[in-house]
Design a protein around this ligand. Structure first.
Ligand SMILES: N[C@@H](CCC(=O)N[C@@H](CS)C(=O)NCC(=O)O)C(=O)O
Length: 229
């Protein structure tokens, strides 16, 4: 068992932090969390830790510290955790299978996250609808992947599941913010399978967290729309 000390500087509302916390918990790596709320949700008077300011180049969460070394940016962090901790893994052992995981991680990062963020940052109905359609279109590809396996890239949960955890946590909230359309049955089943994983328990949202998320973005829309008019 590793004796490394791992600290995650992150926040529950950040889907990129969720990726990392899911991976840590799923792999059974011990860690502590230092809450660093992103600017948009930072309470007045919150003191951002000096350590975070000194080591997160873009001042973004997530940032991870392992035995005095720091790294920010979720996908590089997920890879770094794979290098540092070898007792467990979210990457298959053979090269071709690893390449597939990495390809799908990048694909999800682009084609699922972009429209997902478009839904909650959308300020007008047309943009929200467009993002919603793009999100559901991406789900059609995920559906194809899930026709040949229960998991997104191979026979076991991988880093691709960590990426989707950041989406699944907020799905109820996305619906309340205007995401429309049915998830393919395979994706719904995959979500349910993910919610049985050990890592999920650490990242899943309570109904209060969903309401907090939805309330913040409704307010954001209201402010944006009132300054527009
Ligand atoms: N590419 C980065 C994106 C991280 C990111 O955008 N984090 C947001 C919160 S979700 C952040 O910390 N933004 C700075 C801020 O709002 O203070 C990653 O994958 O980790």
């Amino acid at each position: 068992m590793s004796t490394s000390t791992v600290t995650l500087f992150g926040h529950w509302i950040c889907p990129f932090s969720v990726r990392v916390e899911f991976a840590l918990a799923q792999r059974g790596i011990e860690y502590t969390v230092v809450d660093v709320p992103p600017r948009a949700v930072r309470p007045k008077g919150f003191v951002v830790p000096e350590e975070f300011i000194a080591h997160s180049p873009k001042l973004e969460v997530p940032m991870v510290k392992i035995d005095g070394e720091y790294l920010a940016d979720s996908i590089p962090i997920l890879e770094w955790l794979e290098e540092k901790f070898t007792d467990s893994s979210l990457l298959p052992s053979d090269d071709a299978a690893q390449a597939l995981v990495r390809e799908r991680v990048e694909w999800l990062n682009k084609y699922v996250y972009r429209p997902m963020i478009g839904v909650y940052y959308g300020t007008d109905a047309a943009l929200i609808q467009e993002s919603s359609v793009a999100f559901m279109k991406a789900m059609e590809t995920v559906d194809q992947w899930l026709q040949s396996s229960q998991w997104l890239a191979g026979d076991t949960p991988t880093l691709a599941e960590a990426i989707m955890a950041g989406v699944y946590t907020r799905l109820d909230g996305l619906r309340q913010l205007g995401l429309t359309g049915e998830l393919p049955a395979s994706v719904q089943q995959h979500l349910e399978r993910c919610s049985e994983l050990g890592g999920w328990k650490k990242v899943e949202w309570s109904s209060e967290q969903t309401s907090d998320f939805v309330g913040r973005f409704l307010k954001y829309r209201e402010i944006q729309n009132s300054t527009k008019n």
